[in-house]
Design a protein around this ligand. Structure first.
Ligand code: PLP
Length: 394
C-alpha cells in the first residue's frame, strides 16, 4: 500500500486507543423489541422504531402490493421521470397530517436538510443555529455558504442576543433548531424561539426527526405539541424513525415547498424515494391517523422506564422524551457498559465523541411502543446488574 493513505491507519489506531472506534454490530432479524444481533437473541434498546412500524404487517403488505403494481425503483430524479402519483399522494397526506399548506419528500431526513437550508439562504445571508443541532443541519448550513452563528443550546436569551447583534447586517436570516435533540432527548423551546425569530424577521425552521410520530396529538410533531400551526415556516421530518421506513419530508409554507421543487438539489440530482418506501409510509400514516394507541403506548413505556431508571440511581440527563440517555462520562466506560449489557442480553449502544461532547459519553436507550412491560423489566434488571458491577450505581 502506498504511504499516502498511511494516515488513516494511524487515525484508526487512535480511535481504538481512545475507545471511540465504532464497533458495528450486524442484525439478522427484522426490527422489533427482540433482535438477532451477531448471532445472539437480544432485547432491542437502540433503534428508532418508536412505534414498531418497521416490521408492521400492514406496512410490509402495502410495500409488497405497491411493488406488484409499480415495480421497485423510481429510475429517475423527481424532476425528470421519477415523480409517481404515489409520491404526490404521500406529500398531500403528510401535509394534511401535519396541518400545513404543503409538503415535499426526499430520500432521507439528512437529504431534506441538505436540500432545504441552501435553498433558503446563501453567501450573503446568516443562519442562527443551536449549538447541539444534528449533523445534517450543520452540513446543510455549511453547504449554503451563509455565515453561521451558533447560539447556546435551547437558550432563547442567547438567541435574542445574537439576533440583536447580527441580524441587521444581512438581507436574509434563518433560525434553525432540532425539535427533539437526538442525543439528550430534550425539546427545543419552540414557542419562544418562534417569538424571537418573528421579532427579528428571520425564517424559522425546525427539524422534527425525533418528534414525528412521537410528540403532539397522535404523533403530529413538535409544531402540534406547541400549538404553533401556521407559524413555523419549515418543518423537516423523517420517515426513517417513527414511520419505520426511510425518507425525509419538508412540510410548511407552500412557497418554500414549491421553491424546493425548483432548487432543492437532492430533489433535482438524486433519484426519488423508492416505490415500496413510499407505499409503506402511506400505510404508516394510515395507522397513525386511525388510532393513537401506538403513540400512547410509547409514552406509557417511556414514563415507566425513566422512573425506574431514576429509582435505580441512574442519571438520565435532561430527557423528556422516549430518548433516554444514561450518562456515564468517559467513552471507555460507556463502551464497557454496552458490552456488558450485551452479555446480559440487552442491545444498547454506547455513544461518544464526536456524536456527543468529550466526557459526556453515554448509553442511549430508545424506548418503543413495541416493548412489552416484561421486556422493560428485563432491561432494567440488566442495567441494574451492570451498573452495580461497574460501580455506576450503588
Ligand atoms: C435522524 C435524524 C436525521 C436524519 O434522518 P434520516 O431520515 O435518517 O436521514 C436528521 N435530523 C435529525 C435531527 C435526526 O435525528
Amino acid at each position: 500500500m502506498s504511504d499516502k493513505l498511511q494516515w488513516i491507519e494511524e487515525e484508526l489506531k487512535k480511535l481504538h486507543e481512545t475507545g471511540l472506534y465504532n464497533n458495528i454490530r450486524t442484525l439478522s432479524s427484522p426490527q422489533g423489541s427482540w433482535l438477532e444481533v451477531d448471532g445472539r437473541r437480544v432485547l432491542n434498546f437502540c433503534s428508532n422504531n418508536y412505534l414498531g412500524l418497521a416490521n408492521h404487517p400492514r406496512v410490509v403488505q402495502a410495500a409488497r402490493e405497491a411493488m406488484e403494481r409499480y415495480g421497485v425503483g423510481p429510475a429517475a430524479v423527481r424532476s425528470i421521470a421519477g415523480t409517481m402519483d404515489l409520491h404526490l399522494e404521500l406529500e398531500k397526506r403528510m401535509a394534511d397530517f401535519k396541518g400545513v399548506e404543503a409538503a415535499i419528500t426526499f430520500q432521507s431526513g439528512f437529504n431534506a436538510n441538505l436540500a432545504t437550508i441552501p435553498a433558503l439562504v446563501g453567501k450573503q445571508d446568516v443562519i442562527f443555529s443551536d449549538e447541539l443541532n444534528h449533523a445534517s443541519i450543520i452540513d446543510g448550513c455549511r453547504l449554503s455558504g451563509a455565515r453561521i452563528i451558533r447560539f447556546a443550546h435551547a437558550d432563547v436569551d442567547d438567541l435574542r442576543r445574537v439576533l440583536k447583534e447580527h441580524r441587521a447586517d444581512y438581507p436574509r436570516a434563518l433560525v434553525v433548531t432540532d425539535g427533539v435533540f437526538s442525543m439528550d432527548g430534550d425539546i427545543a423551546p419552540l414557542d419562544q424561539i418562534y417569538e424571537a425569530a418573528r421579532e427579528f424577521n428571520a425564517v424559522l425552521m425546525v427539524d422534527d426527526a425525533h418528534g414525528e410520530g412521537v410528540l403532539g396529538r397522535g404523533g403530529r410533531g413538535i409544531v402540534d405539541h406547541f400549538g404553533l400551526h401556521g407559524k413555523v415556516d419549515v418543518e423537516i421530518g423523517t420517515l426513517s424513525k417513527a414511520f419505520g421506513v426511510v425518507g425525509g419530508v419538508v412540510a410548511g409554507n407552500k412557497l418554500v415547498v414549491e421553491w424546493l421543487r425548483q432548487r432543492g438539489r437532492p430533489f433535482l440530482f438524486s433519484s426519488a424515494m423508492t416505490v415500496p418506501d413510499v407505499a409503506a409510509c402511506l400505510a404508516s400514516l394510515d395507522l397513525l391517523e386511525e388510532s393513537t394507541e401506538l403513540v400512547d403506548r410509547l409514552w406509557e413505556n417511556t414514563r415507566y422506564f425513566k422512573e425506574e431508571m431514576q429509582r435505580l440511581g441512574f442519571d438520565t440527563g435532561s430527557s423528556v422524551t422516549p430518548i433516554t440517555p444514561v450518562m456515564l462520562g468517559e467513552a471507555p466506560l460507556a463502551q464497557q457498559f454496552s458490552r456488558d449489557l450485551f452479555e446480559n442480553g440487552v442491545f444498547a449502544m454506547a455513544i461518544g465523541y464526536p456524536t456527543v461532547p468529550q466526557g459526556k459519553a453515554r448509553i442511549r436507550v430508545m424506548i418503543s411502543a413495541s416493548h412489552q412491560k416484561d421486556d422493560l423489566d428485563q432491561g432494567l434488571e440488566a442495567f441494574c446488574k451492570v451498573g452495580r458491577s461497574l460501580k455506576v450505581i450503588n
